[in-house]
Write a protein that binds this ligand. Structure first.
Ligand code: 6PG
Length: 480
């Protein structure tokens, strides 16, 4: 009997496309299974060239796979994933490999990996980015799981991944949930990047009066420079699109309430737990939430804004300022995302190579961008780099942009145009570079009302002040 070296469970669009991608690569024979056979049949009918081996149930699916059996689950993240894992565990054997290719929460992946490992079967959480098109033609893949599973899985994933500068966009990120953790950060950065681009568009449109089509040209032009990226490229296309029904720019017809499936919120929740300030990403998540509050927005529409109408004096200069502000803020978003990767790796004991992550994001994924090479260079030059923004290339870019960045944030504030991601990124930058922060006052307040103690700049130890009376009485206390 012909056997398959890889199987796919779940044949919705992402699963079907991934199965077709696998089948199109030399050396792969792909087994397919879906809960309802109808989808399996459709895929077989539509793609006879793929040579799929269909299975009607889990037992047949397992029998169709050569050992070690390797199956990629492509179902909606959540309970469906657990149900499929339970079924696969029943028919798989020790040494086999179950891969979850959905957008699972990394703590679920850690839990599942632990439970599945007890059966001797390998469980791999793999982040897969690139949407439907990427799944079909080459995604960026972020697998976690054991070293043993990577031996079998590595060549298969390399065969289907996007290729950037001759290298496949996949690496073994780290053990158990590391892959899904890094995919989560990818999505957090994606949220920030999208919000920053949206703010840039809004400022240019409202400041210069240019049409969406004219702004599309600006983005297309930016895509030829240091901002070159998939998101800038598709932004030009979205802005150029005309609504077939009304003839208006499509962007003006789309309801301005942004949806979210939750991965951006996870990035922020995890950052809060880890104590990492991912303020640009958080503002991007909150901007979507704010947009999706129609009742509050309608009620607040009455509130006053600036009295003077706003137009910029020199549109070309303003557009260039916005470009620089976008670049600087984008550097902050990536820097914050990588800080979270470093903190997560430390917390969960993963050996994540930051430069490798930047490399596998150069192709296939939604945040693919030219400047990821610069991030790899920065971490290669200094693996212990404490803040990406301080690497020479990014430092120079910030030196070049920071004045434009300030002008843009000032203009937005004065004009009453929301720019949460631009503004918070600039505040983050100023916060990090500040010689002294008002955190000293916060420490004083904490000590005042709760005897929470503080440290001093002039000597070691932990101190508490007896706050009553004119004179400060300071006590050294045991640290706690
Ligand atoms: C990707 C995308 C993908 C998906 C997001 C969108 O890397 O291919 O990130 O995972 O498009 O889940 O998320 P929202 O619906 O939350 O914007």
């Amino acid at each position: 009997m012909t056997q398959a070296n890889i199987g796919v469970v779940g044949l919705a669009v992402m699963g079907s496309n991934l199965a077709r991608n696998l089948a199109s690569r030399e050396g792969n024979t792909v087994a397919i299974f879906n809960r309802s056979y109808e989808k399996t049949q459709t895929l077989l009918d539509e793609h006879p060239e793929a040579g799929f081996l269909p299975a009607a149930d889990y037992a047949e699916f397992a029998a169709t796979l050569s050992k070690p059996r390797t199956a990629i689950i492509m179902v909606q993240a959540g309970r469906g994933t657990d149900a499929v894992i339970d079924e696969l565990v029943k028919v798989f054997e020790p040494g086999d490999i179950i891969v979850d290719g959905g957008n699972a929460l990394f703590t679920d992946t850690i839990r599942r990996e632990k439970a599945v490992r007890e059966t001797g079967i390998n469980f791999v959480g793999a982040g897969i980015s690139g949407g439907e098109e990427g799944a079909l033609n080459g995604p960026s893949i972020m697998p976690g799981g054991s070293d043993e599973s990577w031996v079998t899985l590595g060549p298969i994933l390399k065969s289907i991944a996007a290729v950037a500068e001759g290298e496949p966009c996949v690496t073994h990120v780290g053990h158990d949930g590391a892959g899904h953790f890094v995919k989560m950060i990818h999505n957090g950065i994606e949220y920030a990047d999208m919000q920053l681009i949206a703010e840039a568009y809004d400022l240019i449109r409202r400041g210069t009066g240019k049409s969406p089509a004219e702004i599309a040209d600006i983005f297309a032009e930016w895509n030829r420079g240091e901002l070159e990226s998939y998101l800038i490229e598709i932004t030009a296309e979205v802005l150029r699109q005309v609504d077939a029904e009304t003839g208006a720019p499509l962007v003006d017809v789309i309801l301005d309430q942004a949806g979210a499936k939750g991965t951006g919120a996870w990035t922020v929740q995890s950052a809060l737990d880890l104590g990492i300030p991912v303020s640009g990403i958080a503002e991007a998540v909150f901007a979507r939430s704010l947009s999706s509050k129609p009742a509050q927005r309608a009620a607040a529409a009455e509130l006053p804004g600036p009295s003077d109408a706003w137009t910029v004096a020199d549109p070309d200069a303003f557009v260039e300022d916005v470009r620089r502000a976008l670049y600087a803020s984008k550097i902050v978003a990536y820097s914050q995302g990588f800080d979270e990767i470093v903190a997560g790796a430390e917390q969960y004991g993963w050996d994540i190579k930051k430069g490798e992550i930047a490399k596998i994001w150069r192709g296939g994924c939604i945040i693919r961008a030219q400047f990821l090479n610069r991030i790899t260079d920065a971490y290669d030059a200094d693996p212990g780099l404490v803040a990406l923004l301080t690497a020479p290339y990014f430092r120079d870019a910030l030196v070049d942009s920071q004045e434009a960045w300030r002008r843009v944030v000032v203009a937005a504030t004065q004009a009453g145009i929301p720019s949460p991601a631009f503004s918070s990124s600039l505040s983050y930058y100023d916060g990090l570079r500040a010689e002294r922060l008002p955190a000293a006052l916060v420490q004083g307040q904490r000590d005042f009302f709760g005897a929470h103690t503080y440290k001093r700049i002039d000597k070691d130890g932990t101190f508490h002040t007896l706050w009553s009376g004119d004179r400060t009485e300071v006590q050294a206390v045991d640290s706690h």
